[in-house]
Design a protein around this ligand. Sequence first.
Ligand SMILES: [Fe+2]
Ligand SMILES: [Fe+2]
Length: 177
Amino acid sequence: MKFLLSLKRFNHSVGVSETALRLAERYGHQDPMLEIAALLHDCGRMVPDLEIVEFAQRRHIPISPDIAMAGERLYHSEVGVYVAKTHFLIEHPTVTEAIRYHTTGKPGLSDSSKIIYIADVIEPSRSFKEVNGIREQADKGLCVGLKAACQRKLQFVLQSGDFIHPLSIAFWNSLCS
Ligand SMILES: [Fe+2]
Ligand SMILES: [Fe+2]
């Protein structure tokens, strides 16, 4: 990962894995693949945004119409699944699911993917205004932390005026039921 990513993104990945391990301990969740999944969650970022559409096309990486609608920012999930397989020889379902859904979420995620979704939002290098509030919610429990993290992500996409992936909305609704 150090060779593939910028130092900032590498530090983010380490921050996500350390945060994920801490949360897992707090929630009493055990999964031997959690740390690897968290470290690799952004491996698709090895491809610069400006090149990622062509990268996916050339390698026949399946990109859904919804991901294409959302633009380059969501490509790194599917490209990440490809990179984990080709560069790291990892196709373990825990890892694949965490990489594929760490940006959108989806109803029925595994606890490992849920933990990585939260850790991605609150790892130590994150410094947006509401981050400490979400960190406090995450310390209270997995469901509360997940809802706070998802709410923040949806607010961010709405404020940016960008397309919201249908899975993100379905994920939010599943957290409200
Ligand atoms: Fe990401
Ligand atoms: Fe990330």
